[in-house]
Design a protein around this ligand. Structure first.
Ligand SMILES: NC(=O)C1=CN([C@@H]2O[C@H](COP(=O)(O)OP(=O)(O)OC[C@H]3O[C@@H](n4cnc5c(N)ncnc54)[C@H](OP(=O)(O)O)[C@@H]3O)[C@@H](O)[C@H]2O)C=CC1
Ligand SMILES: O=C(O)C1=N[C@H](C(=O)O)C[C@H](O)C1
Length: 269
């Protein structure tokens, strides 16, 4: 029998990094072959299991992406934009599938990632859960069915450690609504209301952001029309939703041609 796909987790000490490690270790379809952290991080050079407060795992945390990705089948990456852009360049040289959950990219970052996707499979999604990806399909459909009399607002809530806003998920949902309406999100997004803003512009897609406590992730897409309001909502109760989606993407990536894919491709939605 051939070996199970070897998976590397980067940002191993992070909230998602820990969850990804747990998910890969619990899977009978993949094996954990490496863990990365940034140079200078406390965990570098130590056994991952001991860092996590468990028994030895025989996986030493490294800061050498090139060496760790060589021979690995996929790397799961929920870190920070600059780290992800740099890792995509490495994954393109080693041919390792790069599963990107990181959010908060600039347009330049996204162009660099697209460039790296010429060398390997990249699957990127601001949200790796089945529910949110299904929700994007519904949002697109509803937005296509309703005209501009229905104001579209995306409201998101996350924990108080989150550093980017609006969330990657909120932007995915905004993109889906814009696609449904046949417009570009960049032309209609209203992302920062404060002070005397003037009345809402018809056709805009508004974003509102809540940060507090330990909220895992909540997203509402509101269609506010004349005399009625429709709300589509997703609530994440547990981060394993995202890590299970990422592992599913890594397994789906095996044997695929180089290029950039989304979770819609993985889930066949
Ligand atoms: N797509 C999805 O489904 C989901 C996406 N996310 C996204 O994932 C990202 C991480 O979230 P979260 O886990 O909560 O954040 P954390 O801050 O808990 O974790 C980020 C991790 O990345 C590490 N890191 C930063 N730079 C580097 C580097 N150069 N090399 C290796 N590791 C690095 C950090 O290390 P250090 O502590 O040293 O800075 C930290 O361990 C965010 O962008 C978030 O929005 C989160 C959940 C789901
Ligand atoms: O930072 C988080 O926690 C999350 N980030 C993703 C996002 O930006 O949408 C996905 C999820 O909502 C959790």
């Amino acid at each position: 029998m051939s070996e199970l796909p070897g998976i590397v987790v980067t940002g191993a000490s992070g909230r998602m990094g820990r969850m990804l490690i747990e998910t890969v270790r619990a899977s009978d379809k993949a094996r954990l072959t490496g863990a990365l952290e940034r140079p200078g991080h406390d965990w570098v050079g130590k056994d991952l299991g001991l860092c996590l407060g468990a028994g030895e795992l025989g996986v030493i945390v490294s800061d050498d992406a090139q060496a760790t990705l060589t021979g690995a089948d996929a790397v799961l990456d929920f870190t920070a934009p600059s780290a992800t852009v740099a890792l995509a360049k490495v994954a393109a040289t080693t041919g390792t599938a790069h599963i990107i959950g990181t959010t908060g990219f600039t347009d330049d970052d996204l162009a660099a990632i697209a460039d790296s996707a010429r060398g390997t499979v990249i699957i990127r999604a601001g949200n790796m859960s089945l529910g949110v990806n299904l929700l994007t399909v519904l949002v697109k459909k509803v937005a296509a069915a309703l005209d501009e009399d229905y104001d579209i607002e995306v409201v998101e809530a996350h924990h108080n450690r989150k550093v980017d806003a609006p969330s990657g998920t909120a932007l995915m949902l905004g993109e889906a609504a814009a696609e449904g309406r046949g417009v570009k999100l960049a032309d209609v997004a209203d992302r920062g209301r404060d002070g005397i803003t003037g009345a809402r512009k018809s056709g805009d897609i508004g974003f509102a952001v809540i940060r507090g406590g330990g909220i895992v992730g909540e997203h509402d897409v509101i269609f506010a029309g004349p005399g009625e309001r429709l709300t589509l909502r997703h609530v994440a109760d547990d981060r394993s939703l995202f890590s299970k989606g990422a592992l599913r993407a890594a397994l789906w990536a095996q044997g695929k041609d180089a290029g950039e894919y989304s979770m819609l491709d993985v889930l066949g939605l």
